[in-house]
Ligand binder design. Structure first.
Ligand code: ADP
Ligand code: MG
Length: 415
């Protein structure tokens, strides 16, 4: 079924067409009718499957068609999200799909002045996207009134629980009118999420898309066995062989992030980099640069990368294997988004093999191995533009990883 065949208001249909959305993804196809009927929902689908539009489209339609005169003032729909980046991103989706409608949306989050946010809220907002901390600050000061908010959406419910927002989620209910619609969206499902969902709503409809293989079928992912100190040569080769590709590289730590960035610089490759010690503003600027494609290589730690949608990432590189198997799924899910296809490579050192096994156990299958012939391996290393690096630099780069074996961490990544 195409979007043009749905009974959405014309503005929404026009916007979807402009955005190049022709037909709904699986999760959108399944969720939209239930949401339009006002049902509570627990929706689970892998990352990159279009969950944002799965709620944004029907919500915009509902709000646009609510009768003019009876539209009470105040926030009608609250979307709670775990991170600021995600708040902004969802706001953008509401803006794009809701262009030329009467529905207004706005994102509030911490880490910035609250003055401008208050000014904007005072002018009246229909859809508020918010991180819990700042939202409760503004609720307590009386700037956010939720008494008329009859739609509550929890996006990335799994990540919200990981970050310890359980109490906040439960608290928000107290401010909402008794009768309201609740929608949970999550990439993964476990007992904790089920408990949460069933504790907040009586009978949510449960919709799940391809639960068996958590990696989207649009992502071709494989592993290469590469020595820790040779990883940079392989990254260099990938970048040089794919000069027009957008490449997102994940590293384990902030220090490694800085180092890989520097190593690329030395061989004449410009890259962006992002990690947790960077100011929020700087992180958003970096994401923007990458999104626009001015610089096509981004080296990042896992921090704030989750849930982030960057269009057209061609390759995801796990420069270091993630310590939590679940993180693997989120990382490779940064490519192959929506209806596109993507490629992910993992560079696995001998010391990381246990991490690879944990990932394979988590996703329930083996990761395809890309074997590199010895000659080819040697060539990648020999042809590097970085062979002239002095010994001191090389030693510095290797120092922290020597003799370290990385242990598998149990449970969920917490940040
Ligand atoms: P998720 O929340 O499931 O991780 P997102 O909502 O961030 O996924 O969407 C992932 C990408 O898919 C976005 O770039 C979005 O623009 C694209 N997308 C979503 N729905 C469609 C569609 N129906 N057709 C084409 N692309 C889509
Ligand atoms: Mg999402």
């Amino acid at each position: 079924m195409k979007f043009s065949q749905y009974h959405f208001v014309d503005e929404i249909k026009d916007n979807l067409e402009l955005m190049g959305f022709k037909k709904p993804t699986d999760i959108q196809y399944k969720c939209i009718p239930n949401i339009l009927r006002g049902e509570d929902l627990l929706a689970i689908a892998q990352t990159g499957t279009g969950k944002t539009a799965a709620f944004a489209i029907p919500i915009l339609h509902i709000l646009q068609t609510r009768s003019h005169t009876k539209r009470p003032d105040g926030i009608k729909c609250l979307v709670m999200v775990p991170t600021r980046e995600l708040a902004l991103q969802i706001h953008e989706v509401f803006v794009s799909i809701g262009r030329n409608t009467r529905v207004t949306s706005y994102a509030v989050y911490g880490g910035v002045e609250q003055g401008p946010q208050i000014a904007k809220l005072e002018r009246g907002i229909d859809v508020l996207i918010a991180t819990p901390g700042r939202m409760f600050d503004l609720v307590n000061q009386g700037y956010i009134r939720l008494g008329r908010t009859d739609i509550l959406i929890l996006d990335e419910a799994d990540h919200m629980l990981d970050l310890g927002f359980l109490k906040d989620i439960k608290d928000v209910i107290r401010f909402l009118p008794k009768k309201h619609q609740t929608l949970f969206f999550s990439a993964t499902i476990d007992e904790e999420i089920k408990d949460l969902a069933y504790s907040l709503v009586k009978n949510p409809v449960r919709i799940q898309v391809s639960p068996k293989d958590p990696v989207s079928k649009n992502v071709d992912h494989s592993v290469m066995f590469v020595k820790m100190d040779d990883k940079r040569f392989f990254l260099e080769r990938l970048v040089k062989e794919n000069p027009d590709a957008k490449i997102l590289v994940f590293v384990r730590t902030r220090v490694r992030c800085e180092r890989v960035h520097a190593a690329m610089e030395r061989v004449g490759i410009t890259s962006l980099h992002m990690h947790g010690s960077k100011e929020q503003k700087e992180r958003l600027a970096v994401l923007n640069e990458f999104r626009k494609g001015n610089v096509r290589l981004l080296i990042a730690t896992d921090v704030s990368a989750r849930g982030i949608d960057i269009a057209d990432v061609d390759f995801v590189v796990n420069y270091d294997l993630p310590e939590y198997a679940e993180t693997y799924v989120h990382r490779v899910g940064r490519t192959g988004r929506g209806t596109k296809r993507g490629i992910a490579y993992s560079f696995c050192d001998e010391s990381e093999k246990s991490l690879l096994s944990a990932i394979e156990e988590y996703i329930g299958k083996k990761v395809k191995v890309l074997s590199v012939e010895q000659d080819d391996y040697k060539e990648v290393v020999d042809l590097s533009g970085g062979k002239t690096m002095d010994l001191k630099q090389i030693l510095e780069e290797l120092a922290p990883v020597q003799n370290k074996r990385y242990g598998v961490k149990k449970g969920k990544p917490r940040k």
